[in-house]
Design a protein around this ligand. Structure first.
Ligand SMILES: *Cc1c(COP(=O)(O)O)cnc(C)c1O
Length: 446
């Protein structure tokens, strides 16, 4: 009963495909957010259900949500599930290959590794570099912090000290806590007038901390801060890290993809000198949630920090010349994440991604310029495709924008003050959608 026959499979696929088409076709007009309930559906019955009815339950549940793949989603970081990636996922799950150890599916691991190599080349990482697809930047950061500690401190040392700024993503603090460093070992370096790390102050703090018996080992530079999109002076941080013997981790969760564009490369200058880079293709490559990557300058250090073995694995061949991903991260059994990145890159071509990122960059510039022209709106400093601004009553404006059902926007705090934030990054967002939100703010102010 667990193996449907050909006819049943065809019927199920038809039912699901019809839903998929209806969903995608409806996205342009769909509300930006719809209120939902938190009622639990009944538990599974002993007897078989009917796919159509179950799909209705799913349709209703999926409809009560923020439309994160829609064209008017401007909150947090839009993550549009590219259709080509969805198909890749269907194929990956159908074949269900095991890619934790290369010898069980060497050509598929090679396919995944070809994308990792392309990414290492993009960031100009040298021979011997490598990496691994993770579920997201949080897990990539956890592995980076753990690797930095093993590499720079040897064993765990409670005096190990980490340098961040107030704009560093909280996943660094989470990773530090999980790896055994309390909040006191996370030093918050002041930022300059442009909200970028003040590297001279970082240098002074490192010297002072050393004098007090602490062991500085890791500095994190952000390539596109979550609140503002602003990029730290990565080149100066790299120099400081080199001089002080610290591991330099670049958090490009959001901004990493802009390395594909000419403007982005200039802004991210210095990221190529990082010891490790976290990047979320599920943000800036428009791929589905659960697609992050950690790239490291020296793959052997990532391996040294994660490798482990068990008697039950003795039959596996480790001599393929390809990385065994189980040795490069905490997971033994893992999804074959490579295909959902490989297929879109090859099917659409890299230029399509570059053009889309450039388009979003232009749209964010347009949004900044036009919002600044509106009376009573103050546009603050931001970078890449994030736009931050305040009005006389920002909190009510946010409520009204989201209450309209046309857009979904979020907020943050800058200098302790409530600030509206928009991010243009959905692959479905184009000029007409941005103009519509500008119009909304203009009319709201009038
Ligand atoms: C989103 C984000 C993260 C966390 O990534 P997840 O994929 O959500 O785990 C880390 N750093 C920055 C700068 C981010 O924007």
């Amino acid at each position: 009963m667990l193996q449907p026959d050909r006819e049943t499979r065809a019927e199920w696929t038809k039912t699901v495909t019809a839903f998929v088409e209806e969903f995608i076709e409806g996205l342009e007009a769909a509300p930006a957010s719809s209120p939902g309930t938190a009622l639990l559906p009944p538990p599974p019955a002993e007897t078989p259900g009917e796919l159509g009815a179950l799909l209705d339950t799913f349709r209703t549940a999926a409809g009560q949500a923020v439309e994160t793949a829609g064209p008017r989603y401007l909150a947090y970081f839009p993550a549009g599930g590219l259709y080509s990636s969805v198909l890749a996922e269907f194929l990956a799950q159908t074949t269900n290959r095991y890619t934790g150890v290369a010898s069980t599916a060497p050509a598929l691991v090679a396919l995944e590794q070809s994308v990792i190599r392309w990414m290492c080349d993009l960031f100009e990482l040298p021979a011997g570099s490598g990496g691994i697809f993770t579920t997201g930047a949080s897990l990539a950061t956890l592995s980076a912090v753990h690797t930095a500690r093993q590499d720079r401190l040897g064993a765990h040392d409670p005096n190990g000290t980490i340098y961040v700024t107030a704009h560093t993503h909280h996943c660094v603090a989470k990773a530090a806590h999980i790896t055994g460093f309390p909040s006191e070992r996370i030093r918050v370096v002041p930022t300059d007038a442009d909200l970028r790390m003040d590297v001279a102050q970082a240098r002074a703090m490192i010297t002072e901390d050393r004098a007090h018996g602490l062991r500085p080992f890791l500095i994190v530079g952000t390539a596109g801060a979550t609140s503002t999109g602003i990029v730290d002076p990565l080149d100066d941080i790299a120099t400081l890290a080199q001089q002080e013997g610290l591991w330099f981790h670049a958090d490009g969760a959001y901004g990493g993809a802009f390395q594909l564009t000419e403007r982005g490369r200039a802004t991210l200058k210095g990221i190529t000198r990082a010891d490790s880079i976290a990047w979320d293709p599920h943000k800036s490559l428009f791929l589905p949630y659960g697609t992050g990557v950690l790239l490291v300058r020296d793959e052997s250090r990532l391996r040294a920090a994660h490798v482990a073995d068990g008697d039950y694995l003795q039959d596996l061949d480790h001599g393929t010349g390809l990385p065994d991903y189980a040795d490069l991260g905490p997971e033994l059994t893992r999804e074959f994440r490579g295909l959902r990145v490989w297929l879109p890159l090859h099917l659409h071509g890299v230029a399509a991604f570059r053009e889309a990122l450039d388009e979003k960059h232009d749209l964010a510039d347009h949004l900044r310029t036009e919002l600044a022209k509106i009376d009573g709106v103050e546009v603050l400093k931001s970078g890449l495709t994030v736009v931050v601004f305040r009005g006389t009553d920002s909190e009510r404006l946010l409520k009204d924008i989201n209450g309209s059902g046309r857009f979904f926007v979020s907020s943050t705090r800058l200098d302790g003050r409530f600030t509206l934030r928009m991010c243009v990054l959905s692959h479905r967002t184009h000029r007409e959608h941005v103009d519509e939100v500008i119009d909304f703010v203009r009319r709201w102010r009038a």
